[in-house]
Ligand binder design. Structure first.
Ligand SMILES: NC(=O)c1ccc[n+]([C@@H]2O[C@H](COP(=O)([O-])OP(=O)(O)OC[C@H]3O[C@@H](n4cnc5c(N)ncnc54)[C@H](OP(=O)(O)O)[C@@H]3O)[C@@H](O)[C@H]2O)c1
Length: 383
């Protein structure tokens, strides 16, 4: 029981979809490479339904017993089977009572307008033999990045470094914006702390004077304070909360603003913001259930997401699209504190996470601007 609670908490901390649901047998197979079928496509929003509309529609569907398709933001997401699966699972106690989670969870879920439940994503991917999820390298095609100018913040280590390397591997011109460091083959713009507006502005001007606008800006720099913050344990760290918000939420805005002002983001450019599903309020009801915690980090990502949506709306008319990308659970310095569960929870090497991120960067387009996407499976994450 204690182990399960710990796993739940870790899942909440990392925002790892598989962390708290997949049984050990499924978890250990996380790294298995599947072979056959193609990747799933996510679906565009294509509508502007109000929350009330969505809830009404979801209720109607629940009433009709159509748990297979739940709508949000006017879009139909492909997590329906996962929702069904998750909701249909029986805990031993409920099995004994002859009830399923479906009867207990579905009305609550519908009332909140939940789109799909992340919990069974991995299991579903295995069932579907989903190569996009299980073996991104087998379907990744980076050829469209050849010759493109790709700027990456925090590109000198961790996931950012792997994104930089993967982009160079497919022929992109990579511009690494960082505080310090070197990356073979990339142009370095160092001395840039994303909390420093002047440093961002001067790097942006230099980038444009060196070679004109960029095709892609990947806001990857991020920070996750170590200890878990809890009100009940009097362990809140307000300075750290503001620092995370400054880096993870205002940082991408500072860099994007600086580059736009310098003429570095023009019609056809893309902005990707590497965020986290930790910023999904909806998922906190399950992933932080009865626990809460990690206030600064999760708040910073929720704020980041709002910033991304506003930016998407503002830059749409300029022909610049914005996507918010959850990169999945990666084995980096940031998650080293959870090293003991890397294998159990299926954390991937950052080189694999990098391909997942670039795959979604390539797929980003104006008609999907403002989307919050899980790079593990390409599906939308509820806000
Ligand atoms: N790893 C995961 O499982 C995971 C899950 C969800 C989301 N993410 C997000 O993915 C991104 C990359 O994470 P990671 O795992 O690679 O983390 P990481 O290993 O800790 O690397 C963080 C990167 O951000 C840079 N950075 C931090 N604070 C900065 C600042 N104030 N100004 C400029 N750069 C700064 C770091 O640069 P320095 O070298 O200068 O410190 C480093 O390049 C982050 O945004 C993170 O929140 C990661």
């Amino acid at each position: 029981m204690r182990a399960m609670r710990r796993s739940l908490r870790i899942a909440a901390v990392l925002g790892s979809a598989r962390a708290f649901v997949a049984p050990a047998s499924r978890r250990s197979a996380t790294r298995l490479m599947a072979s056959a079928s193609g990747a799933p496509e996510d679906e565009t929003r294509g509508g502007t339904a109000s929350l009330a509309d969505q809830v009404a529609r979801a209720r109607t569907r629940v009433r009709k017993g159509l748990r297979a398709r739940v709508e949000r933001d006017g879009s139909v997401l492909r997590g329906e089977s996962n929702l069904a699966l998750r909701c249909g699972e029986r805990s031993p106690r409920r099995r004994a009572r002859g009830t399923t989670r479906e009867s207990i969870l579905l009305p609550r879920v519908a009332a909140r307008g939940l789109t799909y439940n992340p919990a069974s994503q991995f299991a579903q991917a295995q069932k579907d033999d989903n190569r996009r999820y299980l073996d991104i390298a087998s379907i990744f095609d980076g050829s469209s990045l050849k010759g493109k100018r790709v700027a990456i913040t925090g590109g000198s280590r961790g996931l950012g470094l792997e994104i930089a390397k993967a982009a160079m591997d497919v022929g992109a011109e990579v511009l690494v914006i960082c505080r310090s460091g070197t990356v073979d083959g990339a142009k370095i713009y160092d001395g840039v702390d994303v909390t420093d507006a002047e440093a961002c502005a001067s790097a942006a001007k230099k980038i444009v004077s060196d070679g004109g606008p960029v095709d892609v800006l990947i806001n990857n720099a991020g920070y996750f304070y170590g200890p878990c913050e809890k009100v009940t344990e009097n362990s809140l760290n307000f300075e750290e909360e503001l620092k995370q918000i400054d880096i993870c939420a205002v940082g991408p805005l500072r860099v994007s603003n600086a580059l736009y002002q310098a003429g570095g983001l023009v019609e056809g450019s893309k902005i990707a913001i590497v965020t986290s599903q930790a910023g999904s309020c909806e998922w906190r009801f399950t992933q932080n259930k009865d626990e809460g915690g990690d206030y600064g980090h999760h708040m910073s990502r929720a704020a980041c997401n709002i910033g991304g949506v506003l930016l998407a709306e503002e830059l749409k008319s300029k022909g610049v699209c914005v996507v918010l990308l959850h990169p999945g659970f990666n084995r980096t310095e940031m998650t080293k504190k959870y090293e003991s569960i890397w294998d159990i929870e299926g954390a991937v090497p950052p080189a694999e996470g990098a391909l997942r991120v670039l795959h979604e960067v390539i797929r980003a387009s104006l008609d999907k601007t403002g989307a919050f996407v899980n790079c593990e499976d390409g599906l939308r994450i509820p806000w």
